[in-house]
Design a protein around this ligand. Sequence first.
Ligand code: CIZ
Ligand code: SF4
Length: 331
Amino acid sequence: MFVPKQINRETERLFTKLERVGWGKSDCTLIAPLTLEINLLKRKKNAIILAHSYQTPDIMYGVADFLGDSYALSMRARETKANTIVFSSVHFMAETAKILNPKKTVLVPAVAGCSLAESITTYDVRGLKKAYPNAGVVCYINTTANVKAECDAVCTSGNALKIIERMPQKEIIFLPDEFMAKNLQPLTRKKLIGWKGRCIVHEEFSPKTVKEIRKEYPNAKILAHSECSPAVIHEADMMGSTKQMLDYVDASKNEEFMLVTECGLSDRVRVEKPGKKIVGSCALCPYMKKIMLKDILECLKSPRPEQIITLPNDIIKKAKKSLDLMIKLSK
Ligand code: CIZ
Ligand code: SF4
């Protein structure tokens, strides 16, 4: 379908970015027909591809129009003029795009869950509300649309503290991330009522690993995601969201960093900030990494029913209220 000249040009384009994360030229040549076809189809169908920072580098630098965290990508989804949004990430983020821009076709390349989103049901939220009738209910964006519809406000890891502080209630049911609630509690005078959800990726990091890296690289700054355990946060130089970590790396004069989070973020630093060095280890999210270029191509060509996000109108309406409150309070 593509002539050798097109393949060569695409190989060079991909290689300039992907060589920084260890890809060879022959690897780039292998995926060049795929990225060319996806980018062609994208223009033909007036689609945009939004990719989370935890996606693989071939997706992030080969076909994505925008890279970011769930908040930034949700804002792109809300504003886009494109007909179709391909959300290269886990299911709850694609649902969020549909809630914020329901007239668009929202496609998710692979059906990928999230251990946090799966840790709580609407039934559980109703139980918590009954047990704490005076509390405000703030849910992390890593929840299903149904759970968002049961809450007062949504938050992301980047704006969680701000949202908690700006809610009118003194007591806040903060769900579903047990560690995030414990990490935020010392930073606020409000009483946080948590849930037992955990991110299977971030809970794997141990304070011992962080200590070892600090010994090996005494000059490295160690940045940990707020989904990590409080013991890991205690060993880190900074706690934050993926965007806050990238901003920290930008603002810091340091050269070496360990990013205690999913590997996609370290890949972003390697590709986008060549003056900075990543040390230590990261972790792969089996849900995020389920999505491959071929899935993006398939859903753009002819989406299967499970790749098309559909939500009942009443859920869209109620969940939108919670998301709108986050947008208002985080300004
Ligand atoms: O909000 C997001 O995108 C997630 C899942 C993490 C983060 O800190 O950005
Ligand atoms: Fe969910 Fe954790 Fe994977 Fe993020 S990294 S999608 S919170 S399991």
